[in-house]
Design a binder for this molecule. Structure first.
Ligand SMILES: Nc1ncnc2c1ncn2[C@@H]1O[C@H](COP(=O)(O)OP(=O)(O)OP(=O)(O)O)[C@@H](O)[C@H]1O
Length: 416
């Protein structure tokens, strides 16, 4: 049985899981199970302090061998360092010592994953709109840019911007298990505690998040390659099948297969058994994407699913493609428009608050004025009737001195 120290001692030095730090499970309120992976259940949880919905991945480590523990540590380490809007965020981790379970707390992706989206379109007998496919591809490529070059991709000013060549050999991360089930979909407001029904997913509005780095391999530099592969055969590259060095280009092959599947609603290579699948992948021959899609989309898929490593494009090269640039620019503009709409909503709310403040101010000054007039009239009547004038009542004191906070903005001045 492992305790907290054993687990870290056996798996890694504490430095390896430096950030984020473990957080007490008591901060989380456990909700329903949403699925099961190879190591345990995946549940939705409510992070009580922030009232945000997250995902808790349970990993039973008691029975794990050394390799599996290494993979687990690899997932924690990689995820904790990979911060990107198109990568599932790793929030914190904790142990349940008695039950020998490791809990990984991650960002919740409210709109499921790409495999569910493909299934949805297949059931509806519809093609996924081409614009949506370009948008998804552009988002995955920006996430892969972060993984393959360890750098952030700068936003485009125009589609003709010249991109600076990335520095090679810096903290390369290869995903190694790119498949539709590991590409999650989320909404911009997914952290809201108010959940939405899964059936109501508006796929045109989703943000793509690359996740499940369980099989990813972090390499110190570009020359150092991983030689072991554990992956999903449909998306496995030929060089990996042939035990050749594994490189970021293998992710590009898998991504090409995923894009093909988004178009054709089935993977490019299908077979009855592993051997047949292996042969088809090594040959690298597959059909055109349906005629419904442009030649440009077909060409980019075929360039990615290329047996020849020398001609297969890198993430950087793919990001140069004018259609990818256009898709990125279009996403940037959509986001800008959404931000403007949010800003407009915020302004309308501020206006309402200020109008209410102005009305309260007017009402309060009117009441004071009325009280003042009443008091003055009362005193005047007393003087006229020859009564002895009493002390000035308290209500009148401070009338002139009183400062009713005047709103900075008055609705009446708006149109002046
Ligand atoms: N961050 C997340 N947000 C929303 N759903 C998630 C998240 N992570 C996992 N899931 C869902 O939980 C289920 C199990 O996921 P998990 O990644 O553990 O296993 P898997 O990919 O199905 O299998 P394996 O462990 O063999 O890779 C899937 O249905 C997945 O869609």
């Amino acid at each position: 049985m492992y305790n907290r120290r054993d687990l870290l001692g056996d798996f890694a030095s504490p430095k390896q899981i430096r950030t984020p730090s473990p957080q007490s499970s008591s901060q989380y309120h456990v909700l329903e199970e949403i699925g099961r992976g190879s190591f345990g259940a995946v549940r939705k949880v409510l992070h009580v302090p922030t009232k945000s919905i997250m995902v808790r991945k349970e990993i039973k480590y008691g029975h794990m061998n050394g390799k599996e523990r290494q993979q687990l540590i690899s997932e924690c380490t990689i995820l904790s360092h990979l911060k990107h809007e198109n990568i599932v965020e790793f929030c914190s981790w904790d142990f349940e010592e008695q039950q020998e379970v490791l809990y990984l707390y991650m960002e919740y992706c409210s709109s499921g994953d790409l495999s569910q989206m493909i299934k949805h379109y297949k059931q509806e007998h519809k093609y996924i709109p081409e614009k949506m496919i370009w948008g998804i591809l552009a988002q995955i490529l920006t996430a892969l840019y972060k993984c393959h070059y360890g750098d952030e991709l700068l936003p485009l000013t125009t589609v003709y911007d010249r991109m600076k060549s990335p520095v090679k050999g810096k903290n390369i991360v290869i995903h190694r298990d790119l498949k539709p089930g590991n590409i999650f979909l989320s909404r911009d407001d997914s952290t809201s505690a108010v959940d939405r029904t899964e059936n109501n997913v508006d796929y045109s509005q989703v943000v793509v998040k690359l996740g499940d780095f369980g099989l990813a391999k972090s390499l110190c530099n570009s020359i150092q390659f991983a030689t072991t592969y554990v992956g999903t055969p449909y998306y496995m590259s030929p060089e990996v099948l042939m035990d050749q060095p594994y490189s970021p280009l293998s992710d590009i092959w898998s991504l090409g297969c995923v894009v093909f599947e988004m178009c054709s609603l089935h993977p490019p290579f299908q077979a009855k058994n592993y051997l047949e699948l292996q042969n088809k992948i090594k040959l690298g021959k597959f059909e055109r994407v349906p005629e419904y899609y442009s030649n440009g989309l077909n060409a980019i898929v075929h360039s990615m699913v290329d047996v020849n490593l020398k001609t297969r494009p890198s993430t950087f090269e793919l990001l140069q493609d004018i259609q990818i640039r256009t898709a990125r620019k279009s996403l940037q503009l959509e986001r800008f428009e959404r931000n403007l709409l949010d800003y407009e909503k915020e302004l309308v709310n501020i206006e309402k608050i200020l109008e209410k403040q102005a009305m309260d101010y007017e009402r309060e000054t009117a009441q004071l004025r009325e009280r003042f007039v009443q008091t003055v009239e009362e005193r005047a009547r007393e003087v006229v009737s020859g009564k002895k004038v009493g002390k000035v009542p308290d209500t009148i004191y401070g009338h002139y001195e009183r400062k009713v906070p005047k709103p900075a903005y008055h609705w009446r001045t708006r149109y002046r």
